[in-house]
Design a protein around this ligand. Structure first.
Ligand code: AGP
Length: 608
C-alpha cells in the first residue's frame, strides 16, 4: 500500500509532507517523493530507498511553498527506482500526480498517448495518468482529473497539482483509501489518518467515485459528474498506534483480515476466462520451453515451503508434471539433479531469505530456468530469477506469515492453470477452476465474519503444552502450516502430520491434554479422515475439526468443529488455512505473547 499526503494552507508544505510520510513508514515502501508549488512552478524531488534519502536530497535544495503532495511507494509495477518513484509529471511538466492503486488499462492508454507523441520516463502506470490529465487540461484541474479518470479502469487513490493553479490540490478515490483533513485554515488529504493526526482529528472519508478540491479557503467534495456533494465531518478517536494497525490490535490480525483483498490483488489481471487459462507473461517462459520442460523443483523455507507443497499437489494433479519440493537450505548443499529441462520455482514473501537465494543461484549454476513467486518488488530473489510473478499481497508486517501464504497458494494456482492448459486441461475445466478461484475472496470473508467462533475454540488450546495438526492430501501441508503458526507465536509445541501417519508413532502422544486439530473438508479422502478421528477419540483424545458446512458425521464425532464453505479440493487450503491462522492468533493473545514480533524470530531470515 502506498502512502499519500497533500497540503494546502499558510505553512511551509515540505516539512508537513515529510512528517506525514514518516507517519506512514510502517506500511512498508521502497521509494518516496514530494511535489511542491514554489511560486515558479512545480518542484519535484524523489528518491529510492528510505525517506532519509529524500530528506537528504531536499536538504540540499530546500523547497519553498505552502501547497504540495507527497508519496511513499510500495512497488507493484516497475522496480523501486528513482525514475519510477512518485510524483510523476505530465509531458509539459505542468501537472504532478501521486497514486496508490493499479491502472489496469494503462498499457492501452499509454499506447494511444505514444501515438500522439507522448514519451515516458518511467515504467509506471501512474506516469501514464499524469500525461492523460495533462492532455485533458484546459484551465480546470478538477475537470481534467475527472475527464481522465473516466478513461481509467482499475483502482486509484490520487492527488494532483498543477503549475497553473498554485493554490489547489485535487484528489480522487476509487478502491484505495483517501480522507480529507479539516484543519484550522489549512486542509489536508491523506491515504491514512496517521499522516495528519498531529494537525487535526476532523476528517472527511471519501468514498469510491468521489473527489475533493482543496483551496486556500476550504475544501469541496464532488464526484466525477457532480461538482459538489455534502459529506459528514468525523472525529478520529483512535491513537496513532491503533491507526497504524488499521484499528486492529495487531498487524497479524489486520493482515489475516486483508486476505480477501490481497488474493484479489494476486489474481487481478491474470485470469483469462474465455480461454480458461492464465496470462503470466512475467514468468518469461515460452510455450516451447514449457513443452519440453520435464520436471519442476519448488524451493523455499518455512511457510513458503508449505505453500510449495500445496503447489506440488496442484501441478501434479492438474498439469501432470513431476514436482519435487525442497527445503532451500537442503537443496543448496546437496548435489541435486538439475538440468536445462528443470524449472526451479522459488517462493519467498521477502525475496531476501538467504537459503532460498542461495538455492536459486545453485539452480542457475546447474543450468535450470528459475522463476520466483515473491511479494516484495525489486527484492534480491525477484531480481535474480529469470522470471516471476509478484504476489501483490501488500506489505506483511507481522512476523508470522498469513496473507503471503494464501497469496502464494493463489499464485501457484495461476501457474498450475497456465501449465495445465498447455497440456491436458480442457477450456471448460479451466473455466471451472477460474470460477472457483474467483469465489475464494468472498468465501474467505464468510470465514472471517465468524472469527468469534474461532476465538471461542482458542480456549481449548491455550493451556496445552503440545498440539497435533492432521490433514490428508492437499491439506497435509495445511496441517504443517497450522502447526507452525501455533508454535511460532504461542510457543506451544505443535506438529503437523499426514493423518494416516499418526498410527506410525504420534498416536502414542494422544491423551486428553493434547488438542488434535483435524483439517477434514469433504474431499476425496473424507472417509479416511473420519477413521483417523475415531482412532483419536478411542484413545481419549480431544478433537477440533475444520469441516465442510453440513458435515454432521464429523460434527457428531469431534469435540468441537468449525464449518467452512465448499470449494474445489485443490483450492481448499485457501480456506482451511484461515481458521488456523485465527486459532493461533487468539491462542497467542490469550497467552499474552508478542503476536507481531514473537521471541527469537525475524521477518526475513537473511542469514544462514
Ligand atoms: C512464517 O510464519 C515464518 N515467519 C517463516 O517461516 C517464513 O515463512 C520463512 O522465513 C520464509 O520467509 P520468506 O517467505 O520471506 O522467504
Amino acid at each position: 500500500m502506498c502512502g499519500i499526503v497533500g497540503y494546502v494552507g499558510p505553512r511551509q508544505a515540505t516539512s508537513i509532507l515529510i512528517d506525514g510520510l514518516r507517519r506512514m513508514e510502517y506500511r512498508g515502501y521502497d521509494s518516496a517523493g514530494v511535489a511542491v508549488l514554489n511560486g515558479k512552478g512545480i518542484k519535484v524531488q524523489k528518491a529510492e530507498g528510505k525517506l532519509s534519502a529524500l530528506v537528504e536530497k531536499i536538504g540540499q535544495e530546500t523547497i519553498e511553498g505552502t501547497v504540495g503532495i507527497g508519496h511513499t511507494r510500495w512497488a507493484t509495477h516497475g522496480a523501486p527506482t528513482t525514475p519510477n518513484a512518485h510524483p510523476h509529471i505530465s509531458g509539459d511538466g505542468r501537472i504532478a500526480i501521486i497514486h496508490n492503486g493499479i491502472v489496469e488499462n494503462a498499457s492501452s492508454i499509454k499506447k494511444a498517448l505514444t501515438q500522439r507523441g507522448h514519451t515516458f520516463a518511467s515504467a509506471t502506470d501512474t506516469e501514464v495518468l499524469a500525461h492523460l490529465i495533462g492532455e485533458y487540461y484546459q484551465g480546470s484541474l478538477e475537470e481534467a482529473v475527472a475527464a481522465a479518470l473516466r478513461d481509467v479502469d482499475g483502482a486509484y487513490g490520487i492527488a494532483v497539482v498543477s503549475a497553473d493553479e498554485p493554490d489547489v490540490v485535487v484528489a480522487a478515490r476509487k478502491g484505495s483509501p483517501l480522507l480529507v483533513g479539516v484543519g484550522d485554515g489549512e486542509w489536508f488529504v491523506a491515504s491514512d489518518a496517521s499522516a495528519i493526526l498531529e494537525h487535526t482529528r476532523s476528517v472527511v472519508y471519501l468514498d469510491d467515485g468521489e473527489m475533493v478540491v482543496l483551496t486556500r479557503v476550504g475544501y469541496r467534495v464532488r464526484t466525477l459528474e457532480v461538482s459538489r456533494i455534502e459529506k459528514p465531518v468525523n472525529q478520529i478517536e483512535w491513537d496513532l498506534a491503533t491507526i497504524e494497525r488499521g484499528g486492529y490490535p495487531h498487524f497479524m490480525l489486520k493482515e489475516i483480515f486483508e486476505q480477501p483483498e490481497s488474493i484479489e490483488n494476486t489474481l487481478r489481471g491474470h485470469l483469462l476466462h474465455e480461454e480458461g487459462s492464465a496470462r503470466l507473461s512475467g514468468l518469461n517462459l515460452t510455450d516451447e520451453y514449457l513443452g519440453q520442460m520435464e520436471r519442476i523443483i519448488i524451493t523455499a523455507c518455512g511457510t513458503s515451503w508449505h505453500s510449495a507443497l500445496i503447489g506440488e499437489y496442484m501441478l501434479e494433479e492438474m498439469a501432470r508434471i513431476s514436482v519435487e519440493v525442497e527445503y532451500a537450505s537442503e537443496f543448496r548443499y546437496r548435489s541435486p539433479i538439475v538440468d536445462n529441462k528443470t524449472l526451479v520455482i522459488a517462493i519467498s514473501q521477502s525475496g531476501e531469505t538467504a537459503d532460498t537465494l542461495a538455492a536459486i543461484r545453485e539452480a542457475k549454476r546447474r543450468g535450470a530456468r528459475t522463476v520466483g513467486l515473491v511479494n516484495v518488488v525489486g527484492s534480491t530473489i525477484a531480481r535474480e530469477v529469470d522470471g516471476g510473478l509478484y504476489l501483490r499481497a501488500g506489505p506483511e508486517v507481522g512476523v508470522a506469515s498469513t496473507k503471503a501464504f494464501t497469496c502464494q497458494v493463489a499464485a501457484l494456482a495461476l501457474v498450475t492453470l497456465r501449465f495445465a492448459r498447455l497440456r491436458h486441461l480442457s477450456v471448460l475445466e479451466g473455466r471451472t477452476f477460474i470460477d472457483a478461484l474467483q469465489r475464494i475472496p468472498a468465501l474467505i470473508q464468510s470465514i472471517l465474519d465468524r472469527a468469534p467462533e474461532i476465538e471461542a475454540l482458542a480456549k481449548r488450546c491455550e493451556d496445552a503444552t503440545n498440539a497435533l495438526y492432521l490433514g490428508r492430501g492437499v491439506n497435509f501441508p495445511v496441517a504443517l502450516e497450522g502447526a507452525l503458526k501455533l508454535k511460532e507465536i504461542s510457543y506451544i509445541h505443535a506438529e503437523g502430520y499426514p493423518a494416516a501417519e499418526m498410527k506410525h508413532g504420534p498416536i502414542a502422544l494422544i491423551d486428553e491434554n493434547m488438542p488434535v486439530i483435524f483439517i477434514a473438508p469433504k474431499d476425496a479422502v473424507h472417509s479416511k479422515i473420519v477413521s483417523n478421528i475415531e482412532e483419536v477419540k478411542a484413545r481419549g483424545g480431544k478433537v477440533i475439526a475444520l469441516i465442510t458446512e453440513g458435515d454432521t458425521e464429523i460434527e457428531q464425532l469431534a469435540d468441537a468443529t468449525f464449518p467452512i464453505p465448499e470449494t474445489l479440493d485443490l483450492l481448499s487450503p485457501l480456506l482451511t488455512g484461515v481458521p488456523l491462522q485465527l486459532l493461533s492468533y487468539y491462542v497467542a493473545v490469550r497467552r499474552g505473547c508478542n503476536v507481531d514480533q514473537p521471541r527469537n524470530l525475524a521477518k526475513s531470515v537473511t542469514v544462514e
